[in-house]
Write a protein that binds this ligand. Structure first.
Ligand SMILES: Cc1cc2nc3c(=O)[nH]c(=O)nc-3n(C[C@H](O)[C@H](O)[C@H](O)COP(=O)(O)OP(=O)(O)OC[C@H]3O[C@@H](n4cnc5c(N)ncnc54)[C@H](O)[C@@H]3O)c2cc1C
Length: 349
């Protein structure tokens, strides 16, 4: 990274090549959508802009959820079972080795290995009697900002919107500072808008639109009360977008759903209501990120946006490759499952 000059901050790196502020924003904003402040993430994240130019932007028909459905089909085909709406309350272990999980309804699932895909900052809460030893890290992992999401179904098509539209208001830098460093409600606006029917017409009814609006906001560490803030921020965002170029947006809404940091905390179990796991800052990237193998408990592994190599769909999917390689290295021979046995331990034949 040092050889590539990639440990300097992203914004400074982009500034080496572009002087015009809007062009700088266009090449520097990507890290925001994996939870990173462009003025604090290492320039290695400029690879996100490069990949989009070199390889294009990918879209899965039916939306991202179709990837999850495909994984579900593969797991079912291999004889696996998926339990949804089943919250893991505790990761179980004995003699320094993971033995399974206990769900909120008290059911124990024994296992040879446990691979945890939730937010890594919840690790200690799930393993209260096996604290993580962090010899080299002097402070806990810092979580990312959150997002206020508005999912709208409208009876009008907004031709001004592309499949991906980024609308940045005044004071872009102040906006980012508010939601990341200062953890305060943003005083200006900047949203990403997704209108998937531009690529897949079936994503909206004829003459209508399906639109997702993402406004980055601070996570719950800010102390904001989102039951009060939600309607206020909704109105503010929609009013601003109408004045930007989507006249009649509010009147056209037929269906609407909103996600706030409370949704990220209560439904996705991200402890701070954070939207993108842990901040991809220099102190929390590469070697300093959460390792994919637990330091204290054998047989416990991690995947997902908070682990290595990190957030974003491609990054999160690659974490499973890293973890798979670790497990293959740890257990080179095929093993016999004793998951239903008394120890739940992994046994080589
Ligand atoms: C609004 C938004 C837009 C995004 N857009 C893009 C994009 O366009 N492109 C892109 O590449 N990335 C995007 N991302 C980032 C991407 O979605 C994430 O990086 C990725 O989903 C992370 O995957 P994950 O498996 O780590 O976590 P998740 O997808 O959050 O999955 C973790 C799952 O584990 C469950 N869980 C957590 N704890 C427990 C527990 N204790 N017991 C049981 N279940 C539990 C959660 O409910 C959740 O379903 C976006 C993120 C957000 C929030």
């Amino acid at each position: 990274m040092a050889r590539l000059d990639a440990i300097r901050f992203l914004e400074g790196w982009v500034g080496k090549f572009f002087k015009e502020p809007h062009v700088q924003q266009a090449f520097g904003f990507h890290s925001l959508f994996i939870g990173g402040d462009p003025s604090r993430v290492p320039a290695i994240y400029s690879a996100l802009a490069y990949l989009q130019i070199a390889d294009g932007i990918w879209y899965t028909e039916g939306g991202v959820y179709s990837i999850i459905e495909s994984f579900g089909k593969i797991i079912a085909k291999m004889g696996g079972a998926i339990h949804t709406n089943s919250k893991v309350d505790q990761i179980l272990h004995r003699n320094g080795r993971a033995t399974g999980v206990r769900t909120a309804d008290g059911v124990v699932h024994n296992a040879d290995l446990v691979i945890y895909n939730g937010d890594v900052t919840a690790r200690n809460a799930l393993l209260p009697d096996a604290p993580d030893a962090l010899p080299w890290r002097f402070r806990p992992l810092r979580t990312t900002m959150s997002a206020h999401m508005l999912y709208l179904g409208t009876n009008k098509k907004f031709e001004k919107l592309l499949h991906h539209t980024l609308v940045v208001g005044d004071d872009y830098h102040g906006f980012i500072k508010d939601v990341t460093r200062d953890r305060r409600m943003p005083r200006s606006n900047a949203v990403y808008i997704h209108a998937p029917s531009r690529t897949e017409p079936a994503m909206a009814p004829p003459g209508g639109d399906s639109i997702a609006i993402l406004l980055p906001v601070p996570n719950l560490a800010s102390g904001d009360d989102w039951t009060e803030a939600e309607p206020r921020m909704r109105d503010r965002t929609l009013e601003w977008l109408e004045s930007w170029g989507l006249p009649g947006l509010r009147d056209s809404i037929v269906v609407e759903r909103s996600w706030t940091p409370l949704t990220f905390r209560d439904e996705l179990l991200a402890p701070d209501g954070n939207a993108f796991a842990v901040e991809p800052s220099l102190q929390q990237s590469a070697y300093f990120r959460q390792p994919n193998r637990d330091r204290a408990i054998a047989g416990l592994y991690y995947v997902g946006g908070g682990t290595h190599p990190g957030a974003g769909m491609p990054g999160a999917l690659l974490t499973s490759q890293v973890t798979q390689d670790l497990i293959r290295g740890d257990y080179p021979a095929p093993f016999t499952s004793h998951a239903t046995g008394p120890t739940g331990n992994l046994v080589r034949p």
